[in-house]
Design a protein around this ligand. Structure first.
Ligand code: CAA
Length: 293
């Protein structure tokens, strides 16, 4: 069915119930009032994602942003499942938020393409992977685009919308309308280029913060303090790295390096910490110890 300027979206499927996926599903159900399927590959991942949604809703409840009845309505609109077919077979928009691995994402796109209705749009929340390449894994490249949320999706206002080489204007218009219904501001990335707008600027800045530690130029606390107070960032770059995940940041830096310019080469300390599984909050330790917080 078509709306005024694009496809009318009633049901959204979010693939991946992790750090980003759970938050996207929540915003879609809470602010956008969409029916949402939330799919992950294991029941324990789904359970963890639903727990994070309940925790976040509790925060909004305790601040009076939503009532208990609204909280229950939001939860009733989210349908968790481990069955991909069940999740996408009647979806109008599928938002993929699986780990940042190109082969994995391409296989998800190809499978979704074979299971989703022909009119459905498939969007990726990728931070850096080529939308055109993901689209090439489907038979509907005009219905594939990037829809990049920021962490935590419940609080961050921006969604970057990325046009792949074959994305249609109708797809862009539809995704823009959905993002706005979710209460987000959008920006259009007109050319499919790794890192889009925000990560093209952010990742080199985070990498330089890691280099300052590696070179022993300042202590991590002072680096964070300098950027918080000197640039008015809400959190310092090393704290932000722990929130985003050092593995995710490394993956993005590697794509920028290989696809745009060697100047984006990741600092050796970043790679070393990823090898040591010091990934940030998700593993309990990164630049800081989160196990006691
Ligand atoms: N759901 C609901 N409420 C939440 C929440 C969630 N998931 N997370 C935090 N909150 C609430 C807290 O309960 C808190 O409420 P009170 O003020 O009533 O206590 C409030 O939000 C503020 O949280 P905190 O006190 O914990 O911390 P804060 O004041 O620092 O704000 C923040 C949190 C909005 C995340 C802020 O620190 C911030 O803007 N940080 C930068 C985030 C950022 O840069 N994100 C982008 C990362 S890059 C990315 O995502 C893209 C990529 O591809 C890598």
């Amino acid at each position: 069915m078509r709306g005024e300027n694009g496809l009318e979206v009633r049901k959204i499927a979010v693939l991946g119930a992790g750090l980003m996926g759970h938050g996207i599903a929540q915003v879609a159900a809470q602010v956008g009032k969409y029916e949402v399927s939330l799919r992950d590959v294991k029941q324990e991942f789904i359970d963890r994602g639903m727990d994070m949604i309940r925790n976040s809703l509790q925060k909004f409840l305790s601040k009076g942003v939503i009532s208990e009845a609204e909280m229950n309505e939001v939860l009733a609109r989210i349908h968790p499942t481990i069955d991909l077919k069940e999740a996408v077979s009647d979806a109008d928009l599928i938002i993929e938020a699986v780990p940042e691995n190109i082969e994995l994402k391409k296989s998800v796109f190809s499978e979704v393409d074979s299971l989703a209705p022909p009119h459905a749009i498939i969007a990726s929340n990728t931070s850096s992977i080529s939308i055109t390449e993901l689209a090439s894994a489907t038979n509907r490249p005009e219905k594939v685009c990037g829809m990049h949320f920021f962490n935590p999706p419940q609080l961050m206002k921006l969604v970057e919308i990325i046009k792949g080489a074959k994305t249609s204007d109708e797809t862009i218009q539809t995704v823009r309308q959905v993002a706005e219904k979710m209460g987000k501001e959008t920006v259009l990335v007109k050319k499919d280029c790794p890192g889009f707008i925000v990560n093209r600027i952010l990742i080199p800045a985070l990498n330089e913060a890691v280099a300052l530690v590696w070179e022993g130029i300042a202590d991590k606390e002072d680096i964070d303090k300098a950027i918080k107070l000197g640039l008015n960032w809400p959190m310092g770059p090393l704290t932000l790295l722990d929130y985003i995940g050092l593995d995710t940041t490394l993956a993005i830096a590697e794509v920028l390096e290989s696809e745009i310019d060697p100047k984006f080469h990741p600092c050796p300390l970043l790679r070393q910490m990823v090898r040591a599984k010091l990934l940030g909050r998700k593993t309990g330790k990164g630049f800081y110890d989160w196990t006691k917080k």
